[in-house]
Ligand binder design. Sequence first.
Ligand SMILES: *Cc1c(COP(=O)(O)O)cnc(C)c1O
Length: 351
Amino acid sequence: MTDPNAPIQQLASDNYAGICPEALAALEQVNQGHALPYGQDRWTAEACDQFRDLFEAPCEVFFVFNGTAANSLALASLCQSYHSIVCHRLAHAETDECGAPEFFSHGAKLLLAEGHDGKLDPASIEQLVTKRDDIHYPKPKVLSLTQSTELGTVYTPIELKAIQQIVRQYDLKLHMDGARFANAVAALGLAPRALTVDCGVDVLCFGGAKNGLALGEAILFFDLAAAEEFAYRCKQAGQLASKMRFLAAQWLGVLKTGAWLRHAAHANHCAEILEAQLRTLPEVSLMFPRQANAVFVQLPEAVIATLRQRGWRFYTFIGLGGVRLMCAWDTREETVHAFVADLKAELRRKR
Ligand SMILES: *Cc1c(COP(=O)(O)O)cnc(C)c1O
């Protein structure tokens, strides 16, 4: 951002934000002396234990560099190449991973389900899973859902349990893309296990980058058998960090201090403020319920263009006139107010 008048913070994505102080301090702390590589250091072991404590459940934990790797390797570990993976048609695994789930699974097919507000509709899942049972169709094996969703909504435990029932009935594995899992936990105010272990989640990809880490996602296998040999899969895919302590330390920093949840709650709170202010503008309509840290609004195309000229960046992948605004762990309320002020000014000019 070279324009000196451009906003200092953006509402484009939570991955525009920097490293949170807790993760940064932890990096500094482990940056002393020599340590065993490839995850054999004590901090990595401690971070894994922190996750077991947080989820109040046994789990195998792996650290990878990003969410695409986490999702696609986790999915590949849950199925064979002749299987299929049911996910929402707007799932990140379908729309933003460049075919990595299919690539790493050597051909598993994604079956796209429907559902309002980015959430899988159980009937749509069931329809896909029961559509065929012949040898010519890839056998449904995994259900992948995103919590919080790509449209900024959150599955409640009741909704998750309804999905769990289908998963059980058809003997599927359940994968959760938790790139914004922390935002969902903060939004619902429930224990992490209530949204995962208690709802039959086999593997959770717990996002770090969008919640204040420099980089890194944790893969939690609650299905311990599915984790067998997963380490080889990570290594082969180029996802085994030799200086693992620096991935693990960041997690230690945010888990031990509770910052992971505090930061997510802050991001959600900023989005709530943004939503409230946008609701006062008659030309602006909310596209989906704001339940986590994203607000989707419909704006006049001309206003979108002039906001961009003012230096604002945001995604419009949702279709004509649809704008995604996303708050991060460090979003300042001034940023929200500045955006709304610019939006109001542009709406006035266009009247
Ligand atoms: C950002 C994101 C990911 C991970 O993306 P990477 O860029 O590969 O780290 C995964 N799922 C969802 C829903 C996301 O928003």
